[in-house]
Design a protein around this ligand. Structure first.
Ligand SMILES: NC(=O)c1ccc[n+]([C@@H]2O[C@H](COP(=O)([O-])OP(=O)(O)OC[C@H]3O[C@@H](n4cnc5c(N)ncnc54)[C@H](OP(=O)(O)O)[C@@H]3O)[C@@H](O)[C@H]2O)c1
Length: 270
């Protein structure tokens, strides 16, 4: 690493789940915008492309192993970063699809941010953390938990100069859909088989209008650069349409609209 890349006046950012999708683009965008970025991933075999780009563009970016489900891996990674820089300015909790990894990272990073009396924690949630959709109960529950956790934590951390931001993407064109579909491969004899087929078709339709991971990365960058960031940032027209519906509908009306949207139409403004 050259001295210009390791200069101590850069803000230090840690991104989880950087091997693909939103984490990949966010890591690169943060580094391109001057953050000394730790692009962390659980499997370093997937780091080749990231390293090539960082080297070619002389980006202030390093790849580090970090599995968000593993206490030791989290402690090691945060320990390495903290001992090198003595600070962590931004944590982007992006990895995986459940909330527990984010909690583990936040617990590891908060003492450092509290000591420096500043910091930004970005939790990548989902529009599925604000509105439940069919046959997604575990994911939805986890993202709702991340929403509540973030909202409550804000009050505790505010006094230490630590900000907490939620990112709420709708459909994004990453590996996410294929991973979800593979997890949901349904036994045709299941009592939910018919609903599952319909939900899967609805999801595929919705993903035809998906945002790009670069859009998510840009929203994250703008949020962390903001003097007074919002609590939540939506990403995508679908997310905006769903929230608009939620705001202007009764629970019953919203449910009808979601059922209707699954009939092959996707979530569109009507
Ligand atoms: N795509 C969407 O439509 C969408 C919509 C709303 C919200 N989001 C959120 O966006 C975030 C990123 O997802 P994505 O869309 O970019 O999907 P993705 O391309 O599947 O990326 C998921 C990333 O998480 C990593 N990961 C999984 N388990 C991990 C663990 N235990 N430790 C460290 N990393 C782990 C994966 O690493 P491996 O490569 O090793 O598997 C991968 O880098 C997630 O929080 C997701 O809920 C996505």
């Amino acid at each position: 690493m050259t001295s210009s890349l390791s200069s101590s006046n850069r803000k230090v950012a840690v991104v989880t789940g950087s091997s693909t999708g939103n984490g990949f683009e966010t890591s690169l965008l943060l580094a391109k915008n001057g953050f000394y970025t730790y692009a962390t991933m659980r499997n370093l075999d997937k780091s080749t492309r990231m390293k090539e780009i960082a080297k070619k563009d002389s980006l202030p970016l390093e790849v580090l192993q970090l599995d968000v489900t593993d206490d030791k891996s989290v402690t090691n990674a945060i320990g390495v970063i903290s001992s090198r820089h003595g600070r962590i300015d931004v944590l982007i909790n992006n990895a995986g699809y459940d909330a527990f990894g984010a909690v583990r990272l936040i617990k590891a990073v908060i003492p450092i941010m509290r000591k420096q009396r500043s910091g930004i924690i970005v939790n990548v949630s989902s529009i599925g953390g604000l509105v439940g959709v069919p046959l997604n109960s575990a994911y939805t529950a986890s993202k709702f938990a991340l929403e509540g956790f973030s909202e409550s934590m804000k009050y505790e951390l505010d006094g230490f100069g630590i900000k907490v931001i939620l990112i709420e993407p709708g459909a994004v064109n990453t590996n996410f859909l294929e991973t979800l579909e593979a997890q949901k491969a349904m036994n045709p004899d299941s009592p939910y088989a018919e609903l599952s087929k319909k939900a899967s078709e609805g999801r595929r339709e919705a993903f035809k209008q998906a945002s790009s991971p670069m859009q998510v990365a840009r929203v994250i960058l703008n949020a962390i650069k903001s003097e007074k960031p919002n609590t939540r940032y939506l990403v995508g027209n679908d997310a905006a349409a769903i929230m608009e519906r939620k705001k202007n509908s009764s629970d019953f009306e919203l449910e009808l609209w979601i059922r209707d949207s699954l009939e092959g139409k996707g979530f569109v403004r009507k």
